[in-house]
Design a protein around this ligand. Structure first.
Ligand code: ZN
Length: 285
């Protein structure tokens, strides 16, 4: 690279925290108010990528292999949702429960899971991975036959204050309608509907019930049909109260016995005892 454009230099000069990213104008390229140039600070330096032209690359204190730079740049420009033919996990994925080298995976990836009470056994059971190119925890989504339908990518550096970028991205097999993250149980006739996969895992483990994470999608007719003979409990955080009331009403219109639990936070924020206390009928089943 011959010279660093001044808008990119300005981000570098601003000395943003490691793993933070900024969007800025690409001079002579960004149209109107479009901040097309995305710049992210990594431990190793700065990666940048313009959404409008092919200006992309890496500026750092030390040399990195070209392949690694390309994969980091790719991670900057991911779309929140995409459909893919013959979906597979990202080619650079590493199992989080058994990585070849623990240092390959940022500690933030583990602390996100630990803070939600997810154990190493669960990381193993649900095949949680880390992808360096996406710089995200990858959560596979499978159907009843254990076939991959898609995956979620959680940005563990997501900043709640700036809300820059996408906390979750979803990749799914082309042509599939809605996909849900499900913890299956053979002998449960109760299903608990939650928003996110970690809540699904935690509620499933604490109660033994089947759980389904909606992944920010709607409750489709397919889902209601599948659980026609179940007792359904919808447990979402308080911010989703109106959504929850709608789901309960739809389920009841299908003849499903459906109730709801509303708490200040997602189920994963609570310990097992608190989760179990939400289902007092469990003991008598
Ligand atoms: Zn550009």
């Amino acid at each position: 690279m011959k010279s660093i454009p001044k808008e990119l230099q300005a981000v570098i000069d601003a000395d943003i925290p490691v793993n933070a990213s900024r969007r800025t104008f690409h001079h002579g390229c960004s149209e109107g108010k479009d901040a097309a140039l995305s710049v992210k600070r990594l431990r190793e330096g700065y990666v940048f990528n313009c959404f409008r032209c092919d200006f992309k690359g890496f500026i750092g204190g030390r040399k990195l292999p070209t392949g690694q730079i390309l994969s980091m740049v790719k991670g900057l420009s991911v779309k929140p949702h995409a459909e893919i033919d013959n979906i597979v996990l990202p080619e650079d994925f590493e199992w989080m429960a058994t990585p070849p080298d623990m240092n390959d995976i940022p500690i933030e990836a583990y602390t996100w899971l630990w803070n939600s009470g997810v154990t190493e056994r669960q990381m193993d059971d649900y095949e949680f991975c880390w992808s360096d190119s996406y710089r995200r925890v990858i959560i596979p989504i499978k159907d009843d036959e254990d076939k991959l339908q898609g995956f979620l990518g959680r940005d563990v550096f997501y900043d709640k204050e700036t809300k820059h970028g996408d906390k979750y991205i979803l990749r799914k097999e082309r042509g599939l309608n809605r996909i849900y993250f499900t913890c299956h149980v053979l002998d449960s006739m109760t299903v608990v509907i939650v928003e996110d996969p970690l809540s699904a895992i935690r509620v499933h483990d604490a109660t033994g019930y089947e759980t389904v994470a909606l992944l920010n999608t709607h409750v489709g007719t397919d889902l209601l049909r599948e659980y026609m003979n179940y007792k359904m409990v919808v447990w979402l955080d308080r911010g989703q109260l109106s959504n929850m009331v709608g789901i309960v009403a739809r389920a009841q219109s299908y003849g499903i016995k459906c109730s709801h639990i509303s708490t200040p936070k997602d189920p994963k924020a609570y310990n097992d005892v608190a989760i179990q206390a939400m289902f007092p009928e469990r003991r008598t089943e």
